[in-house]
Ligand binder design. Structure first.
Ligand code: NAP
Length: 246
């Protein structure tokens, strides 16, 4: 019988994505660990999964590039079998400065990675998973941010806007494919300790997070793993906030 347990995780080489890869592998998924340029970090995630008896491959692709996204899904399926899910995790913060000081090219790149990328990856996944396309269904989890609701910390208005778009994409696509076997949800992390975190993240958490601490990438991975699993079979179109109360 064909196994259908592949999940493509964009930005799986570091931070939240790396924890998501390890968590999904522990739940029995084969994982395509996508990355932009840090091959060493992606290989380390693959090595950790394989050492634990799982299956994973590192695949480089800029998710803002249509052709590279197509190649990512083709290579993932060629090496790891049929697609069962997608985690749209890759994202960038952009320039941390007020909007009136932002450069248009930097804004274009932010929108391309954080909005166009998830749209292209969702399109590629739906074309494989949807029963309308002859697929057997599956699940998509998009990584948003509490910034979609709060507007972000000072200097991250544009980033917050991209995450608002991710939540609209989640809601709309969930409606579109609800009768085609595909569930689409989002996880909105609060302050999580990764390379993206600001230098004063602990101080920010102390003053701005009800629980008073920064979150761990593994705490996001747990939510993603559940939303991806059959236990969440009646859950679609929702955003789960994992933020220590923020
Ligand atoms: P991170 O540590 O900076 O890691 C970013 C990951 O995305 C890396 O694996 C990176 O690959 C990859 N990436 C970046 N641009 C890419 C592109 N164009 N194509 C493919 N991959 C790309 O980030 P993080 O903190 O884990 O954040 C992950 C997600 O969570 C993002 O969507 C972020 O907005 C969201 N989030 C984070 C926080 C937080 O506090 N950290 C809070 C809320 C939401 P390389 O290793 O090759 O560079």
């Amino acid at each position: 019988m064909e196994t259908r347990d592949l999940v493509v995780v964009t930005g799986g080489s570091r931070g939240i994505g790396a924890a998501v890869c390890r968590g999904l592998a522990a739940r029995g998924h084969a994982v395509a660990v996508n990355y932009a340029g840090n091959a060493e970090a992606a290989d380390a995630v693959v090595d950790a999964v394989v050492a634990d008896g799982g299956r994973a491959r590192a695949i480089a692709a800029d998710i803002a590039d249509e052709r590279q996204v197509a190649a990512l899904f083709e290579q993932a399926e060629a090496e790891l079998g049929a697609l069962a899910g997608l985690v749209n995790n890759a994202g960038i913060l952009g320039e941390a400065r007020p909007l009136d000081e932002q450069d248009a090219h930097a804004l274009e790149r932010l929108l391309a990675v954080n909005v166009l990328g998830p749209l292209l990856c969702c399109r590629a996944a739906v074309r494989r998973l949807s029963t309308r396309h002859g697929g057997q269904g599956g699940a998509i989890v998009n990584i948003s941010s509490v910034a979609a609701r709060t507007g972000g910390i000072y200097g991250t208005v544009a980033y917050a806007a991209t995450k608002g778009a991710v939540e609209s994409l989640t809601r709309g696509l969930a409606n579109e494919v609800a009768r085609e076997g595909v569930r689409v949800n989002a996880v909105a992390p609060g302050l999580i300790a990764t390379d993206m975190s600001p230098a004063d993240v602990d101080r920010l958490a102390e003053s701005g997070v009800p629980m008073g601490r920064v979150g761990r990438p593994e705490e996001i991975a747990e939510a993603v793993g559940w939303l991806m699993s059959p236990a969440a079979g009646y859950v679609t179109g929702t955003t789960m906030t994992v933020s220590g109360g923020r």
